[in-house]
Ligand binder design. Structure first.
Ligand SMILES: Nc1nc2c(c(=O)[nH]1)N[C@H]1C(S)=C(S)[C@@H](COP(=O)(O)O)O[C@H]1N2
Ligand SMILES: [Mo]
Length: 245
């Protein structure tokens, strides 16, 4: 757990994976609300307390594979995104979901990218049962640096899709522009499905360094869809995964 807590990517604060632990402590997460709007019948703004009351948190043990080539196993506490989206009644015109992180410029002082951090999914990906909103990990409340109070986790995609500190969820007709894709479109695709046979332009994605394994362990061979192919491959059956990387 110490490893997951102290090796985080939180670029609004820093490039450094250790410094985000103390820098993110300054984030103000109380009160917190999440707005769910767009192509929905019943738009909502939910206070964090109410949101939690309506969802029964469960544990989901997932492998997290970062695009940088490391991975770890994290026991998240959360609930399927689908169960929250059900409450706003998506219209048939809702084809994509856009997620926006909080932006608190007083504490988020790294100027690397344009903030707020934005991510997106196709609607079928968003309502897939593996896609969760996490509010905790290791049986405890989510630490700030890991995305408190609420973050997305999409286990078959590279870690950058799993956006932290969500304040807004918008259902859209068209694909949103997302932070990493806008910054370097040739390096970070919209889909970002884990795929060992599509290298990043600057490094291979064939294998990964496993963080937190107890003993020295060799690099793990990266699996297509991070090993979740049985459950998700059907969503991409007619798609060229090299073109739509
Ligand atoms: N808002 C926000 N969300 C984010 C990031 C970020 O910098 N800002 N980093 C992403 C990246 S690159 C990864 S690998 C994961 C890391 O999650 P962890 O730090 O909890 O392990 O969070 C993702 N979500
Ligand atoms: Mo990442």
């Amino acid at each position: 757990m110490d490893l997951v807590k102290n090796y985080t990517n939180y670029y609004e604060f820093t490039f450094n994976k250790e410094d985000s632990t103390h820098l993110a402590h300054k984030l103000n997460i109380n009160p917190w609300s999440v707005e769910i709007i767009g192509e929905v019948e019943n738009p909502l703004t939910l206070q964090m307390e109410d949101l939690l009351k309506q969802q029964a948190p469960q544990e989901f043990v997932y492998r997290l594979r970062c695009v940088e080539g490391w991975s770890m196993v994290v026991p998240w506490i959360g609930f399927p995104l689908a169960s929250l989206l059900k409450r706003v009644k998506p219209l048939s015109t809702a084809k994509f979901v856009k997620f926006t992180s909080v932006h608190q410029p007083e504490t988020m002082r790294n100027r690397m990218l344009e903030w707020p951090y934005v991510e997106g999914l196709r609607i079928d990906e968003a309502v897939h049962p593996l896609t969760i909103l996490a509010v905790g990990m290791y049986g405890e409340i989510l630490p700030n640096q890991n995305g408190a109070p609420i973050r997305l986790v999409v286990p078959w995609k590279y870690g950058f899709k799993s956006i932290k500190a969500i304040v807004k969820i918008e259902l859209l007709k068209n694909a949103p522009t997302t932070t990493w894709n806008k910054y370097a479109p040739k390096e970070y695709g919209f889909y970002a499905n884990v795929n060992p046979s599509v290298p990043h332009p600057r490094w291979s994605q064939f294998s990964e360094r496993q963080l937190g394994s107890r003993f020295f362990s060799p690099r793990r061979q990266t699996e297509l869809f991070n090993g979740y192919g049985d459950q998700v491959a059907s969503m991409y059956k007619d798609m060229d995964l090299v073109h739509f990387f």
